[in-house]
Design a protein around this ligand. Structure first.
Ligand SMILES: *Cc1c(COP(=O)(O)O)cnc(C)c1O
Length: 377
């Protein structure tokens, strides 16, 4: 059986977890958390990176820092994971979904202005598959209408738009280190804060509403409760696992890219024959090989392909059911404009197995079976 995903493991993870245990500190904000956040800050150039317990929680923090209030509107794609929406629903916001570009599955920036009302507070671009959204246009529109931009860069670690790291372009950026993402700590994430005026607020929010971060830096001699907060900091055990991955970030990226490129080259002939469609990477972006997907003719063909591959021992998955057509999506949001591509394209998309350390023979087998399906279909 060829798995769809295997969590990344590079070899040093257990050594670092052991080190964390031996250091006598396994709660949050120890040496490994510090190493990871400084790595993100230095490599990607952001004012502040704070590790969180998940990307969902990073988005929640961003929604709180953006002071989203009941009745405010937030614009996002319907084709995304539920977390992009949940964070704003929690604060009583109304979701306004807009359509996507069929080539990248990213929010169509040309539809944003039509969706903006006097209640709009923020735009949430989701960098699907680690392929950057059209951020230059999005930032221009946000500036013109005084909106905040919260990037859901869960899939975008180590990916770039016009040379800038995804997650560092908007006001806030949210990363995921879930086991299905390129770099992992089991469950975890990070919030990237670009504007200095939000940094201290973010630290307080993450540490139960206390100024404990300032205390640890020696800036004050005791810490107190200063504002509303929660507990968004991961344990050192998780951070130790992540550090082993970040240290090998290029090795992981190159390995994933080898599989991505292999799929892309091997499936060119099927695309030329009109059997399937391959992902499109716009010229301004550098993707991170987070995902390889194909598009079938329609839902029926995808269903047949999934069961064909399953019979051949290959596990492939699809996502997402568009949020606007789900029970909660209907309750909390509305679709602005016409759903030209969201539903149609989501029904065609199929993700192929892709993970760190995938064997050459396995990826070859996957492309052979795809060829067999289209020969015999
Ligand atoms: C994975 C993912 C999330 C959630 O990440 P967690 O770390 O599991 O909370 C949010 N948005 C997108 C687009 C994702 O792919």
């Amino acid at each position: 059986m060829i798995d769809f995903n295997i969590p990344p493991y590079t070899g040093k993870e257990l050594t670092y977890i052991k080190k964390a245990v031996e250091s006598g500190k396994i709660c949050g904000d120890g040496i490994f958390t510090k190493k990871c956040s400084e790595w993100i800050e230095q490599r990607y150039g952001t004012a502040k990176a704070l590790l969180t317990t998940s990307c969902t929680h990073a988005l929640e923090m961003a929604a709180h820092l953006a002071e989203i209030k009941p009745g405010d509107e937030v614009i996002l794609p319907s084709y995304t994971f539920v977390s992009s929406a949940d964070a704003f629903v929690l604060r009583g916001a109304k979701l306004v979904f807009v359509d996507i570009h069929p080539e990248t599955m990213n929010i169509d920036e040309r539809l944003l202005e039509e969706a903006i009302t006097e209640k709009t507070k923020a735009i949430v671009p989701v960098h699907y598959a680690g392929v950057g959204c059209e951020m230059e246009t999005i930032m221009k529109i946000a500036k013109k209408h005084h909106l905040l931009v919260i990037e859901d860069a869960a899939q975008g670690v180590e990916a770039f738009y016009k040379g800038k790291a995804l997650g560092t372009i908007g006001d806030f950026g949210c990363y995921s280190f879930h086991e299905t993402k390129n770099y992992s700590m089991g469950e975890g994430g990070a919030i990237l804060v670009q504007r200095p005026e939000y940094i201290e607020k973010a630290e307080i929010l993450r540490e139960k509403g206390t100024n404990r971060s300032k205390f640890f830096r020696g800036e004050i001699d005791k810490y107190t409760w200063v504002d509303f907060g929660s507990s968004y900091l991961p344990s050192e055990l998780n951070a130790a696992y992540l550090w082993a991955q970040l240290e090998c970030s290029e090795q992981i990226l190159n390995d994933r890219m080898t599989t991505w490129n292999f799929y892309h080259e091997s499936l060119l002939d099927l695309e030329k024959k009109g059997d399937l469609v391959r992902p499109y990477i716009p010229p301004d972006v550098t993707h991170n090989a987070h995902m390889y997907y194909i598009k079938t003719k329609n839902l029926d063909e995808r269903t047949r392909l999934i069961s064909f591959l399953k019979e051949k021992g290959i596990h492939c998955v699809f996502h997402y059911i568009p949020l606007h057509s789900s029970e909660a999506g209907k309750r909390f949001g509305r679709f602005c404009g016409e759903d030209r591509y969201t539903t149609r394209e989501s029904e065609r998309l199929l993700r192929l197995p892709l993970y760190y350390g995938m064997k050459d023979t396995d990826r070859q087998y996957v492309t052979e079976m795809l060829h067999e399906f289209y020969r015999t279909k």
